[in-house]
Design a protein around this ligand. Structure first.
Ligand code: AMP
Length: 394
């Protein structure tokens, strides 16, 4: 059995391909989503997932989250005198998911397919594989998150030459991809995004708005109060809608006004973030050489895509209502499991060939022979342009 893992910035999900379909695996608490959070007690006890999330409010300095953003970097986290790398922290999450999966399925699992943002470079991809290996899993295939989403929606069953756009706004990463299906091949035509943009940024905007209106200064808040503020506002963010303003009674142990935030005020405060979302979408479309009307289907993925104005923005840009019928938090794990089924050559799956694109332009440094004094220094000579299809290995 190969485990399909969506190793997310805020939550991780796993699933397997069994009895001809993708099956999500509940964790030890019966939930499909496990928070990607790790917390360390002084005596060495390690909390992972839900118990780490619960501890975060009380022990913010002992708790680490959103470390996926630093995969492939030199960043370390120092807790109780120990240094932890994002790879080690990710491996703890993977190990935790693996334990839950083995208990649920009652069988040993040694192999996994893990999803990564399309934007991840080679160093970030190797770091993800390394994390899985540390957790005792072999990973010979990583799958781009939008590719997994496309498979989850069964886009390969659509008519030939259908073009799709996958817009994935998770907790900390934003991916947009345009794909085409033809002749048994699901091809990523263009991809883009921002791996420092996600639902957390929207939560932070709402927090700023709340603090200003409630007349609270951040200097009045200790770390525990800041955590409480974050989790409370994060929950309230889910309720904000055009027909119901948020009414927030004081909930922190500091003097505060009762606050009302309308949808319009929140949307206006998010204007810059919305631009950061629309720009990569427009660029991706340009790279693909398609017009908005040529995109046959748009799929929204990632918890933060539930925000009403994301759907409205995409609908306006493409004059088409995006699809959201699979739970946007679980879509990628479903797709990763289907890919796992494909790899295991499960007889219930037809042959879908997937191709990917190079997310960055790859090239070499050259010097200009005519530049006698080498005033131009080393020049970049592209060999493989951004969004060129990567050939399939034989
Ligand atoms: P993910 O990692 O895909 O689960 O994304 C988590 C992000 O989605 C977090 O920033 C959540 O605040 C956000 N999110 C989840 N559900 C909603 C919702 N109903 N409305 C707004 N944001 C949401």
């Amino acid at each position: 059995m190969i485990l399909g893992i969506d190793l997310g910035t805020t939550n991780s999900v796993c699933a397997v391909f069994k009895d001809g379909k993708s099956q999500l695996i509940p964790n030890r608490f019966g939930e499909f989503m496990t928070p990607s959070i790790v917390s360390f007690e002084k005596d060495g006890k390690i909390h992972i997932g839900q118990s780490a999330k619960t501890r975060a409010a009380l022990f913010p300095k002992e708790t680490i989250k959103a470390f996926k953003r630093y995969m492939g970097t030199d960043k370390t986290y120092k807790i109780h005198g120990h240094l932890y790398t994002p790879v080690e922290l990710s491996s703890l999450i993977i190990k935790h998911l693996l334990e839950d999966a083995e208990n649920h399925l009652n069988e040993k699992i040694t192999e996994a397919i893990i999803s990564v943002p399309a934007y991840f470079n080679n160093i970030q991809r190797s770091a993800t594989k390394q994390a899985a290996e540390l957790a005792g899993l072999t990973v010979d295939k990583l799958i781009n998150e939008p590719t997994a989403a496309a498979i989850a929606y069964g886009l390969q069953d659509k008519p030939e030459y259908t073009d799709f756009m996958i817009v994935d706004l998770g907790g900390g990463t934003f991916d947009v991809s345009i794909m085409e299906y033809f002749d048994g091949v699901l091809e990523v035509k263009a991809s883009g995004g921002d791996n420092f943009l996600g639902g957390e940024d929207f939560t932070n905007v709402l927090i700023e708005l709340y603090l200003t209106k409630a007349r609270i200064r951040t200097t009045q808040l200790n770390p525990k109060a800041k955590q409480k503020l974050y989790y409370t506002i994060e929950q309230l963010k889910r309720d904000i809608s055009s027909n119901r303003p948020l009414i927030i009674e004081p909930f922190l142990a500091v003097k505060a006004d009762k606050v009302e935030i309308t949808f319009e005020q929140y949307k206006q405060a998010c204007e810059k973030l919305l631009q950061k979302i629309s720009k990569p979408i427009e660029r991706c479309l340009r790279d693909s050489g398609l017009e908005p009307v040529e995109i046959d289907e748009i799929i929204l993925v990632g918890g933060a895509s539930r925000m009403g104005f994301i759907k409205t923005m995409v609908t306006r840009m493409f004059k088409k209502i995006p699809r959201t019928d699979i739970d946007p938090d679980l879509t990628i794990a479903v797709g990763a499991a289907i890919q796992a089924g494909l790899k295991a050559k499960d007889k219930d799956l037809g042959d879908i060939v997937l191709t990917d694109v190079a997310p960055y332009t790859l090239g070499t440094g050259v010097v200009n022979d005519n530049d006698l004094y080498n005033s131009q220094g080393l020049l970049f000579d592209p060999i493989i342009e951004r969004n060129t299809t990567v050939p399939k290995p034989m």
